[in-house]
Design a protein around this ligand. Structure first.
Ligand SMILES: C[S@@+](CC[C@H](N)C(=O)[O-])C[C@H]1O[C@@H](n2cnc3c(N)ncnc32)[C@H](O)[C@@H]1O
Length: 236
């Protein structure tokens, strides 16, 4: 393992079990190596690659139901989507990211980690409104809640959930978006705390449950649904 990467904390062994352990180690190396060289992760993040990145993202799995189709909006270097795919082989994960440099890295990671439950999709979330449908949307450090709602809700089925990783300002963001939440017809919006005993402090999520899906192009045929731009790749 690279000199710069700290030893994983003890708790990492509880979070990444079975095959997930070697994949988590390999992903830490990819982030701290090519990820830093290509400017996807700041060099100062390397010492905290386990706690701030891998573990903090992995604990989001506590809020993800079983066997769902999850889209990670603005996945960047694969956070949290690729980590969720590592710890949750029961779910299928779409890493949605507009920047080519990042999708190339993501595709390389998927191949190198031999993840069969991941798709890399290049494009902006708003391009796929009504064209793709998911059960869960995750996002970390992508946009304020009001903008995230505009991007995520059209990608979710009725009853689907947005899980937005937010920090200290989570409650404030939720309060600020109250009007929009009401007019978007969402069922519920609440703060959820995950990772107790695993990450310090525990991670705060805003969970929004989508209401009725508006009538739209989602009802068109599969062939027409295919995005006109953007590359899609399935993992091995
Ligand atoms: C600050 S980075 C965060 C990356 C990653 N989620 C993380 O926590 O490290 C924000 C990411 O959102 C992507 N992004 C920006 N606008 C987007 C949009 N409209 N749809 C999807 N992704 C978008 C950017 O390309 C970038 O990779």
């Amino acid at each position: 393992m690279s000199d710069q990467i700290p030893d994983p904390p003890e708790v990492a062994r509880e979070v990444f079990t079975g095959e997930a352990w070697s994949r988590a180690e390999a992903f830490a190396e990819l982030l701290a190596g090519p990820g830093v060289v290509r400017g996807l992760l700041g060099p100062r993040e390397v010492p905290r690659v386990w706690d701030r990145h891998l573990l903090n993202c992995a604990v989001v799995a506590e809020a993800v139901p079983r066997d769902v189709r999850l889209v990670d909006i603005g996945s960047g270097a694969g956070l949290p989507g690729l980590v969720l795919a590592i710890v949750r082989p029961d779910i299928t994960v779409t890493l949605l990211e507009p920047l080519l440099r990042r999708t190339v890295f993501l595709e390389e990671c998927v191949e190198s980690l031999k993840l069969g439950n991941v798709e890399v999709l290049r494009g902006r979330a708003e391009e796929f409104a009504g064209r793709r449908e998911f059960d869960v949307a995750s996002a970390r450090a992508v946009a304020p809640l009001d903008r995230l709602l505009k991007w995520a809700l059209p990608l979710l089925r009725e009853g689907g959930e947005l899980l937005a990783m937010k920090g200290e300002r989570a409650a404030e963001e939720l309060a600020d978006a109250e009007g929009q939440l009401r007019s978007s017809g969402v069922r519920t919006a609440e703060l959820v705390s995950v990772g107790h005993g695993k990450v310090e402090p525990p991670a705060t999520l805003i969970r929004v449950v989508a209401g009725r899906v508006p009538e739209g192009p989602r009802k068109t045929s599969r062939r027409k649904d295919r995005p006109s731009r953007g590359r899609q790749t399935r993992g091995q």
